[in-house]
Design a protein around this ligand. Structure first.
Ligand code: C2O
Ligand code: CU
Length: 552
């Protein structure tokens, strides 16, 4: 198999945005980080050298890591962190996956600046007909003027309070709606009449985003590196951890001499909370014949695309998600389990705890927020669960994650404060035999939370067989599941005050993190994990740990 080698040096780099200069944690001094481009089937070896006085790990988000869980990356789940001055080579083979994914640091909130695109070129031609002129990565992120470690510490200490970033970014650029940022604006050149594949990635820490390009429609062809039935839309909704490939045809006539159309991203929230409601914009610039290269943002005023949904447009978000379907063709069949051997129902949501004495808390009613799944607020152990599992050390974790909510929640209740007080801090994982056909129903408890929880599963893709609002009804809702062409992905945005049912074939032995991809919620404990035991065949076990695996 062909091998592709990359060197990732973790290092500080002085970066200026919004007139603030600060040391940013980067890979090779790049922000966003380098794009990894490989072919389907390649072996990938990324040598990560840590040159900063911080621990770190890197995660290849959405890569299945078949039998190579040691290369997955989440700290204390599959490995211990790479310490200062240390090196670890992530070594894995990308089997039967093609499309757009992302990589990012998986330690603390380092993803704030340590992230990049992961592009897998397919072996077979694209299943859509339009000839693609060029591939354009569009990566959303967030910029903080403050030190992100400080933001994270404050959020943990006070259990709430403002965590908003100072800007959303496209490819690291905030765009001209933010102070001092006209020069930091994405100008993407296109040729009239040509079709482009936009590889859109949401690497933001805490926000789902709407994205639209003025006067242009987008044809969705792939999500999370899985082809979809193409559909055309005026805008997309994308949650942190998700990727969406869309075709864009430059078929408009630019209205003015600049030849530019605004592209814009802003958050999707279900109510107007005091979060960042700002908008990042860039420009699509049509090449004109008498061009002298003027890749400068035009001067204000800037008119936002009329097809960009307003911040509180749940109808658009719901309708968009409901249109996603697996391609389900002969070449790309949809392998959704038609029946399952196990159904786990878990709440996902925020909890409140009393504030420690002599401390101020910034959660709700002077209390502090935690977050949990089935009231288990996840605590990372001090040795990776994968090592404990592999070496059969029965310490640091338990394999008894509760398979039902601890009591009946009123999920859509008005003030479920009392019910949300009983969080247990634990490291309980679900353990299943190799090959188990598993259903997990994720039930949002709708507690003071204006955002969908984007739940991400490591090591496996899953099928979203159902989603809805209100309480999941185990007697009625499964009858409405889509078992024909449900969307397949690695991250599902569970609707606020609603639920999503996902089906997984647990065919990847190892230990896999499941968590909310809003970094704040993960820090508060909205996470669990599942252990897939080895199967009877020799090809159904985890490979032994690499010799350079970082020690704890
Ligand atoms: Cu993209 Cu566990 O994360
Ligand atoms: Cu969440």
């Amino acid at each position: 198999i062909p091998s592709k080698h990359f060197q990732f040096n973790v290092e500080w780099k002085k970066v200026t945005r919004l007139c603030h200069t600060k040391q940013l944690l980067t890979i090779n001094g790049e922000y966003p980080g380098p794009t990894i481009i490989i072919n389907e089937g390649d072996n990938v070896q990324v040598k990560v050298t840590n040159r900063v006085a911080r621990n770190t790990t890197i995660h290849w988000h959405g890569i299945r890591q078949l039998r190579t869980g040691w290369a997955d990356g989440p700290a204390y789940i599959t490995q211990c962190p790479i310490g200062t001055g240390k090196t670890y080579t992530y070594n894995f083979t990308v089997i039967n996956q093609r499309g757009t994914l992302l990589w990012h640091a998986h330690y603390s909130w380092q993803r704030a600046s340590v992230y990049g695109a992961f592009i897998i070129y397919p072996r077979m031609p694209f299943p859509f007909s339009a000839p693609v002129q060029a591939h354009i990565p569009i990566i959303f992120g967030e910029w903080w003027n403050a030190d992100v470690d400080a933001v994270e510490n404050e959020m943990m200490l006070y259990g709430g309070g403002p965590n908003s970033s100072d800007a959303y970014t496209i490819n690291g650029l905030p765009g001209p709606l933010y102070p001092c940022s006209i020069k930091d604006t994405l100008i993407q050149t296109v040729e009239r009449g040509k079709t482009y594949l936009l590889r859109i990635i949401n690497a933001a820490l805490n926000d789902e985003l709407f994205f639209a390009v003025a006067n242009h429609t987008l044809t969705v062809v792939e999500i999370d590196a899985v082809y979809t039935k193409p559909f055309t839309t005026s805008a997309i909704m994308i949650a942190p951890g998700q990727t969406t490939n869309v075709l864009l045809t430059a078929n408009q006539i630019p209205g003015d001499s600049t030849g530019m159309f605004v592209m814009a991203a802003r958050p999707y929230l279900t109510s107007v909370f005091p979060f960042d409601n700002s908008t990042t914009i860039g420009f699509l610039k049509y090449k004109t014949t008498m061009e002298i290269e003027r890749n400068k943002a035009p001067s204000p005023p800037y008119i936002l695309p009329s097809n960009l949904p307003p911040m509180v447009d749940t109808a658009f978000a719901t309708n968009f998600s409901n249109q996603l379907r697996s391609l389900a063709s002969v070449d790309y069949p949809c392998n959704v389990p038609k029946e399952v051997e196990k159904r786990v129902i878990t709440t996902i949501g925020l909890n409140l705890q009393d504030c420690p004495v002599n401390q101020t808390c910034k959660g709700y009613r002077n209390k502090r927020f935690y977050a949990s799944m089935n009231n288990q607020s996840f605590i990372r152990p001090s040795r990776s669960v994968l090592e404990s599992h592999y070496w059969k050390l029965k310490t640091g974790y338990a394999s008894d994650f509760p398979e039902k909510p601890p009591h009946v929640f009123n999920y859509t209740g008005v003030d479920p404060v009392a019910e949300n007080m009983n969080t247990e801090f634990s490291t309980r994982l679900l353990e299943v035999p190799y090959g188990t056909k598993l259903e997990i129903v994720l039930q949002d408890t709708n507690f003071l939370n204006p955002e969908n929880h984007p739940i991400h599963v490591h090591g496996h893709n899953f099928f979203i067989v159902g989603r809805g609002f209100g309480n999941f009804d185990v007697d009625k809702d499964p009858a409405g599941y889509n078992l024909v062409d449900p969307p397949e992905r690695n991250t599902v945005a569970v609707p606020v005050g609603g639920w999503a049912a996902i089906r997984i074939t647990a065919d990847n032995p190892g230990v896999w993190f499941i968590h909310c991809h809003l970094e704040e919620h993960t820090s508060w404990g909205l996470a669990m994990g599942f252990i897939v035991k080895k199967g009877p065949e020799s090809s159904q076990c985890l490979l032994p740990p690499p010799s350079d695996l970082p020690p704890c």
